[in-house]
Design a protein around this ligand. Structure first.
Ligand code: NAD
Length: 328
């Protein structure tokens, strides 16, 4: 099977090349640019393409892939809200993903953001480098004894619940389905989670229902001085409302690995460019906000698991024995 691998980075090549040695009959060509209406034409002559979480797999791109006879899209990620599934299914394409690779990687990053913003690590790092050893402005709060509110307790949310418990926090959660592994978690309505929590972390998927789940109304329900973290999807939060909430002093700190309009920024070095939107710049203007660039998944363990499952998906497709949960 010949696979064209879009948006390849050095860490992708390293992890996939290492795994590739274990799989026979797969040939990968790495392509640095991501898939678009123009670059989709490079897939001519390949059997499959491999794409990532922000790759453009919209209707025009899917139409072109179909014209070129591509029957398999390998997503090296869990999310698939970037794929026009209706059109792809209409053409009989198979779309395989990696449903879970390392929930702990994302949950640990969520706690990293919460701790960093709480203890002002982003500020103290810069201050000490400038020989400013003053502690003024760096006071944080103890998480021990406080309440963590987790929204969405699937694989990543459950890992975050366990981490918060390890910090000595009371853990409350909102999800339509109780996770039976989390006997130490108190489930309650969303409003109650928002009202009671000192740390709120989002771990539900982006759906019609969860779009702008965090908005002016739900921010109003939160405690003053809450630490808020989003490592799930940007559009779970109405950013304009979040910015208003930050301006009005509602949040002790905000840590975002994902945010609306991140699309053009994610994984790109844009240091010489003027950004077309003001959302990122406005978020970065606040001293109590830390933004990272969708790096929650980025650990060696997660990359290894992603490459293994993606290559196994390719083999399973050829053998006609696709693993349940991997196809979307
Ligand atoms: P999962 O499917 O295991 O869990 C999602 C949970 O959310 C489920 O328990 C589900 O019942 C719950 N849920 C669904 N709708 C809900 C709603 N309206 N309100 C409350 N809960 C709801 O998924 P997961 O593997 O834990 O991943 C969670 C999310 O993390 C993904 O959807 C993705 O957006 C994000 N993610 C981010 C990164 C990153 O690098 N930052 C990496 C992987 C995944």
């Amino acid at each position: 099977m010949k696979i064209l691998f879009y948006d390849a980075t050095s860490y992708d090549k390293e992890s996939f090349d290492k795994e590739l040695k274990k799989y026979e009959g797969i040939e990968i060509t790495y392509q640095e640019t991501d898939i678009s209406e123009k670059t989709v034409l490079l897939a001519q002559g390949y059997d499959a393409i491999c794409a990532f979480v922000n790759s453009n797999l919209s209707e025009p791109v899917i139409n072109k892939l179909n014209e070129m006879g591509i029957k398999l899209i390998l997503l090296r990620c869990a999310g698939f809200n970037n794929v026009d599934l209706d059109r792809a299914h209409e053409y009989g394409m198979t779309i395989l993903r990696v449903p879970g690779y390392s929930p702990e990687a994302v949950a640990e990053h969520a706690m990293t953001l919460a701790l960093a913003v709480n203890r002002h690590v982003h500020k103290s790092y810069i201050k000490v480098r400038e020989n400013n050893f003053s502690l003024v402005g760096l006071t944080g709060v103890n998480f021990n004894g406080k309440t963590a509110g987790i929204i969405g307790t699937g694989k990543i949310g459950a890992a975050m619940c366990r981490i918060c418990r390890g910090f000595g926090m009371k853990v409350v959660a909102y999800d339509m389905f109780k996770n039976p592994e989390l006997d130490f978690v108190e489930y309650m309505e969303l409003a109650n989670v928002l009202q009671q929590s000192d740390l709120i972390s989002l771990h539900c998927p982006l759906t019609e229902e969860t779009h702008h789940l965090i908005n002016a109304n739900t921010i109003e329900m939160m405690k003053d001085n809450v630490v808020f973290v989003n490592t799930s999807r940007g559009a779970l939060v109405n950013t304009e409302d979040l910015i208003q909430g930050i301006r009005s002093g509602r949040f002790f700190g905000v840590g975002l690995d994902v945010y609306e309009e991140e699309g053009a920024n994610v994984f790109e070095n844009r240091e010489d460019e003027l950004l077309e939107h003001s959302v990122t710049a406005r978020l970065l203007s606040f001293p109590n906000v830390i933004v990272t660039s969708h790096q929650g998944f980025l650990t060696h363990e997660a990359l290894e698991a992603i490459s293994q499952t993606t290559l196994q998906n390719a083999i399973d497709f050829e053998k006609g024995c696709i693993k349940e949960g991997n196809q979307v």
